[in-house]
Structure formats: C-alpha cells, structure tokens
Design a protein around this ligand. Structure first.
Ligand code: NAP
Length: 502
C-alpha cells in the first residue's frame, strides 16, 4: 500500500466508477458485521477490500467478552450468517466460546482472515473528495474510495462514576475485560449491575464463590432461557437436509419478530404476555417473598432490554448470595459502602455496568465535507439516515449505525441487510459513473423526524424506565417500527434520498 502523499487516486476527482476501476474499500472492524461485509462484497464483485482490526483476532464482541456464563439469548439457528448456516450447533442458545469459534471458522472459510490487518485500529478518517484519507493507530496513511464502519454498537466499556473506584485493594475489572487470572473460588465477589451481562455472570459463578454480593440499582424483567442441547441425531439430520436449516432460520426470525418485535413497538398483548412470563419465572424460582419483592420491577416489561436468563434467580436465592438494593455510597479499599452505612467486604469487584451506547464508529475521528466532525454533529446523541449513512459524509457507510432495529433480535441479519444496501449503492455508482454518494440532508431530517415522532409511543419511551437505549436528549435511539419494515425498505434503496455526485 502506498503512502497517501504519493498515492494517486483512481482517476483523480472523477472517482473509481468513471475510471472503471475497483473501488478501494476499507472496512473497520473484523466482528460479525465486518465478516459479513467482506463475504457479501466479494460475492457482488467488489474485491479490493482491506479490513482494519484493532486487536489480534476476528470476532468483535465475542472476542472481547469472555466472562463466565457468556452466551447469546438469540437462538443460534437464527444468530448465524445466512450464507454459513451451521448444522452442528451444540446448544439452542450458544455460549460465547462456541460463537467465537464460529466467527473464526467463517472468517477462515471465506478468506476474510487473509485480508485483515490485525493490531491496526483506525484513528482518523478525513474526506478528501471523492475519497477518504485513513490514518491507522500505527500512523500509516492510505486512501480509500469507500469506508465501511463495522465497529459495532457496544464496544466501549463504561466504568461507573462511583467515588473511590480506584481505591479498591482487591481484584477489580469490567465484565468486558474479564481477568481470568483471578480465581473466584471461595472468594467474596461483588457484581455491580443487573443487566444481561451481570445476570449471566451471577448465574454462572455464584455456586463456586464464597459469598456473592449483587448491587442492584434497578430490578429487571427476566424471562427464562429455554436452553436445549442438540442430539447427535438431530445435528446429523440437519447436515443431511440443509433446507431444514433455512427453514429453522426463517422460523426463528418470524418468532422473534412477532414476539419481541411486537412487544416493543406497540402490541399491548405481547407486553402483557412477557410481563406474565417474567412474573411466573420470578415466582417459580425465588421462593422468598421479601427477596421477590426487591426483584420486582416497577416499570413496564421490555422497556429496558428484556433479559433471558435461567440461572440468575436460582443463584440469587442461594444462601451464599446477597442482593444489595441500598444505593452505593462509595468504594473503599475493603469493599463497597452503601448509603445505610454498611460496608460489604469484597475480595473481587466485577463492574457489569455496560457500555457507551453513543460510540459507534467513535472514538475514530471522522471528518467529513467542509471539515465537519462526526463526533460534533452527533454530540452524544448519534443519528443516521436509515442507520447507515450521514449527510456530509460521502462514501461512508455504517453497519449497525445509530437508530437501527436492534433489541432482542439477531444483529447478524440486520448487518447482512445493511451490507446488501451498501452494495446496491456501489452498483448504482458503478452504473452511473458516480464519484460520491451521501445522504441528502432533507431525507435524513425527514427520516429522523418521523422516527422521533413514532418512538414516543414505544415502550422504550413510555415504559417508565431508564436504559442505554435513551440518549442524551432523552429520546430512545432505536428504530420505532417493526423490524421487518426496516428490512423491507432496505431491500429497495431510494436513490432520491442521496446526493449523487459526478
Ligand atoms: P446494561 O444493560 O447497560 O446494564 C448495566 C447495569 O449496570 C445496569 O443494571 C445498571 O443499572 C448498572 N449500573 C450502571 N452504572 C451503575 C452505577 N453507577 N451504580 C450501580 N449500578 C450501575 O449493560 P450489559 O448488561 O453489559 O448489557 C448491555 C447490552 O449488551 C444488553 O442490553 C444487550 O443488548 C447486550 N447483551 C446481550 C447479551 C445476549 O445474550 N445477547 C448478553 C449480554 C449483553 P440501571 O439498570 O439502574 O441503569
């Protein structure tokens, strides 16, 4: 790769499409979106691809999170690449290590790993019409015609702003930076948080620790995870009859769509059904009425992301587990002091306190047309056109960008649909000899205005809870309609929504 100063652009200002060359495409991130992008772009005939990965392995969130109990609450038959269905998933809901192994095997099988530049984060992107000047964390500068940010949503861990956090004398780490050198056996372990992550950790490790202290700020709605181990015979059947795998993929998609999809964007019936399922789960697994009371949410189900976990209630009901609902006052060298003055002595402190939901491609510094900074435009409340594009940032696409239909759905399916959309755009550029494509300001505004209006009636806004879905402006940063509407609309890009620059 040449240096940006010496590297002439494909056909200079006319762009790759008029010069009749391949677009040079940079993909940031080798997680599931990055892998899907490479496979699909190649299949569509786009072969000049470079993937920049800040670490030394593919896998994204499944590489990064290694905490005990890590699993995916979306069934694996649906949480799979549509082009690489897997007959021999071991469990209905796979554990993290199995998903990471799957990511690596797909990346190897489809020749993705070969084009990944490992340990090369992208620190800066500057639009220099009609291409992007990319700077890596190693200081290399290169030119790309198209940039695809496949950086994921939740990748920057949030450490709570609790006084004295650094004073703790025992082992302390964020759930996404699990320290496997720390042996929890017989120890006094504190877990701050009760989100999806904390529940999986508490469910998994409580039987082995000495004492488990769970610091809960807000109770959660929790449904049982109907886990199942597949038999060898069933795996063999699916291998022999691949059409069954497609059928199951489609069936799980339909089930999730018409249950969680509906529960969040309108169906009162589905919300009631989930409340009932969760309350039954609580009653069945937490015999102590006092503990049950403290675990009962006072807001609507599905307002926060619904948790699927079977072990948490059982674990928190054990004699060595303590649910602490007093607010945390501060962290001291020996443990956590709560507002009632009590010191909960700890050997290990786990911060399962979530991620910064406003990051997306940031902290990469992205400078668009006229020197406009993406971070400043977003200002802590990221938006996008159809979750993939931004006005003023031509030839720059995001996968799993802001306001996408995430929630209790397969992000892989959404990423795949977004890659197909980007491919349609590239095909259009090629056909019409376009140099640059960016979302039209008016289309972006109309789309976001409609979303802001529609989101007001969703349970995320009306359910009486706070969650990472809600941004700095107090608005849920999610797609407010049924996810299939998004998938359908993305199948037919409306080019009039874009400034098409020759
Ligand atoms: P999260 O849902 O944001 O939960 C963070 C937890 O930390 C909450 O219980 C929060 O309390 C608590 N917390 C934060 N700051 C605190 C403070 N200063 N003091 C006390 N408590 C504090 O994070 P997460 O559990 O890591 O999950 C994030 C997302 O990752 C999930 O919503 C889901 O989308 C995804 N995920 C998915 C799976 C899966 O199986 N597919 C598994 C894990 C994670 P409040 O509730 O009061 O804010």
């Amino acid at each position: 790769m040449q240096n940006a100063e010496t590297q002439s652009h494909n056909g200079s200002l006319q762009g790759w499409a008029r010069a009749g060359t391949q677009p040079r495409i940079a993909i940031i991130g080798a997680g599931m979106s990055g892998i899907a992008a490479v496979v699909k772009l190649r299949k569509a005939g786009y072969t000049d691809l470079t993937v920049f990965e800040k670490t030394d392995r593919v896998g994204g969130t499944w590489r990064e999170n290694t905490y005990p109990g890590l699993s995916c609450d979306v069934p694996s038959r649906y949480y799979s690449f549509s082009f690489a269905l897997k007959a021999d998933w071991e469990y209905r809901y796979s554990y993290g290590a199995d998903i990471q192994a799957y990511m690596e095997s797909v990346a190897n099988e489809f020749g993705v790993t070969d084009i990944v530049r490992f340990n090369s984060g992208v620190s800066r992107l500057v639009y220099d019409k009609p291409a992007w000047r990319l700077t890596t964390s190693r200081g290399e500068q290169e030119i790309y015609d198209v940039v695809i940010a496949a950086t994921g949503v939740l990748h920057n861990p949030v450490f709570p702003s609790i006084e004295g956090l650094d004073d703790f004398q025992g082992a302390s780490f964020h759930s996404a930076r699990w320290d496997h050198s720390v042996d929890l056996s017989g120890k006094k372990v504190g877990v701050v948080g009760t989100g999806s992550t904390a529940c999986q950790i508490v469910g998994a490790v409580t039987p082995q620790v000495g004492e488990m202290y769970v610091f809960q700020r807000t109770p959660q709605w929790m449904a049982p995870l109907l886990q199942k181990r597949y038999s060898t015979a069933w795996k063999g059947t699916l291998k022999a009859l691949p059409f069954l795998q497609n059928l199951l993929y489609f069936s799980y998609y339909q089930t999730m769509l018409h249950t969680f999809g509906r529960a969040t964007v309108g169906s009162k019936y589905m919300q009631k059904l989930f409340s009932w399922i969760c309350m039954r789960n609580l009653e069945k697994n937490v015999p102590d009425p006092e503990l049950r009371g403290r675990l009962t949410p006072d807001y609507q189900a599905t307002c926060k992301r619904l948790i699927f976990c079977t072990d948490f209630y059982r674990s928190i009901s054990r004699s060595n587990a303590h649910l602490v609902t007093e607010h945390i006052e501060r962290i001291e060298p020996e443990g956590i002091r709560t507002r009632d003055g009590q010191l909960h002595e700890l050997d290990v402190l786990v911060l399962a306190t979530g991620f910064d939901p406003a990051s997306f491609v940031l902290p990469t510094q992205v400078t668009g047309e006229n020197g406009v900074e993406l971070g400043q435009v977003w200002d802590g409340a990221p938006r996008a056109h159809r979750a993939v594009a931004m006005p003023g940032f031509p030839n720059f696409w995001m996968l799993e960008g802001p306001t996408g239909p995430i929630g209790n759905l397969s992000l892989i399916a959404i990423s795949e649909c977004q890659v197909d959309y980007v491919i349609s755009m590239l095909d259009h550029m090629k056909r019409d000899g376009l140099a640059a494509v960016a979302a039209r300001e008016s289309a972006y505004a109309a789309y976001n205005d409609a979303m802001n209006e529609a989101v007001k009636t969703t349970v995320w806004a009306t359910g009486g809870c706070d969650s990472w879905y809600i941004d700095k402006t107090g608005t849920p940063n999610l797609y407010p309609w049924m996810p299939n509407r998004y998938l359908r609309d993305m199948r037919r890009p409306d080019f009039s929504e874009y400034v098409l620059d020759r």
